[in-house]
Design a protein around this ligand. Structure first.
Ligand code: SF4
Length: 160
């Protein structure tokens, strides 16, 4: 079960190509200047089962982006959803988080969530680093991390 704010079917703003974007409720990073503070409430939105989410994703036959809120703050459900998308559909999956890669590496529970991702967009939004020309992110400190290359080489590899 996951707490979901909304689902956008067919968007090109959260990653390459037309994607299914799932916005999850809840975030406690509280970045000053956050463009979506209404997403911070962990009781926002509504509960959806993994089967319901998988049905929407499969219907759209498109890659998936998980955003929020912070999907990593619903770690069990997000980990299970990513696993099912990869195992049952094989779709490309991106995920946005307010945690840095370095913070995730130190937390086995968070590592378990990101392990099967294609791309992780990491780090908090920072007003001092804000740049409206960046693709798929709001501030320069945030990175588009190629998760599989990074895990196999042990060195942070950026998606291009
Ligand atoms: S991590 Fe994202 S949703 Fe959470 S406060 Fe920062 S910008 Fe807002």
């Amino acid at each position: 079960m996951l707490r979901i704010l909304h689902i956008v079917e067919g968007t090109s703003v959260d990653g390459p190509g037309m994607r299914t974007s799932i916005y999850m409720a809840g975030c406690n990073h509280r970045c000053p200047g956050c463009h979506n503070p209404q997403s911070w409430d962990f009781k926002g939105g509504e509960e959806r089962t993994l089967d319901e989410l998988m049905a929407v994703i499969a219907y759209n036959e498109a890659p998936v982006t998980l955003s929020g809120g912070d999907p990593l703050q619903q770690p069990d459900g997000t980990r299970a959803l990513i696993h099912r998308i990869k195992q049952e559909l094989g779709y490309n999956v991106w995920c946005f988080t307010g945690y840095t890669w370095e913070e995730i590496m130190e937390d086995p529970a968070l590592m378990a969530v990101v392990r099967e991702l294609d791309v992780l967009v990491d780090g908090p939004f920072m007003q001092a680093e804000r740049d409206t020309t960046l693709r798929f992110r709001g501030s320069r400190n945030q990175r588009l991390i190629d998760v599989q290359s990074t895990l196999s080489t042990g060195t942070i590899t950026l998606w291009t």
